[in-house]
Design a binder for this molecule. Structure first.
Ligand code: ADP
Length: 163
């Protein structure tokens, strides 16, 4: 019996947006199982702690039966290998994403020859959307309900209460 086709979708997800969610849903149609993996990055000061981000993603993917949410540290390829993944999922929004993503994909290929990076092209409606855009709007009290899952909108409203 062959192992189920498993993909790891690594990222910061600070917080998860509807763009991420769209990519996860599409990844689920390509792979039998998708692990959304939150990177513990000691070099960044996040808005939400890793455990909070994991919980927010879990809340947002409840309707997708073949998704698991996890956190990891260190090299993505090492984590992907440990989990038995055959692919890494990454999203491409614009040309500006391309250079860094291509560099990462090539680098990862030198580290793990058998692991493929699969790029999902963002849905047009979310091509402008990033976690940093969401954080910026929420910080200044603007509306984000059209940009993030409902549970994330609630968490942002709690984090930045209106005066
Ligand atoms: P990272 O810090 O690793 O870039 P992010 O959480 O910002 O983490 O992004 C994780 C992945 O999701 C990246 O491949 C990114 O290109 C992709 N992504 C981010 N925003 C969107 C979006 N709106 N639509 C599709 N993919 C996205």
């Amino acid at each position: 019996m062959t192992a189920p086709a498993l993909a790891v979708y690594p990222g910061s997800f600070d917080p998860i947006t509807l763009g991420h969610l769209d990519a996860i849903a599409r990844g689920c149609r390509l792979f039998e199982r998708v692990i959304v993996a939150v990177l513990r990055n000691p070099n960044k000061t996040p808005l939400f702690a890793v455990a909070e981000r994991v919980e927010l993603i879990r809340g947002a993917v409840q309707h997708l039966p073949n998704v698991e949410v996890d956190a990891f540290e260190g090299l993505t390829v090492t984590y992907a290998r440990q989990r038995g993944a055959r692919a890494l999922l990454r999203g491409l929004r614009a040309v500006s994403d391309f250079e860094l993503e291509l560099q990462m994909a090539h680098t990862n290929k030198t580290l793990a020859e058998d692991l493929e990076t699969v790029f999902l092209v963002t849905s047009t409606e979310y091509s402008f959307l990033s976690s940093s855009v969401v954080r910026e709007i929420a910080r200044f009290g603007g509306p984000v309900a059209h940009l993030v899952p409902a549970n994330v909108a609630i968490a942002l409203a709690q984090r930045f209460p209106k005066a």
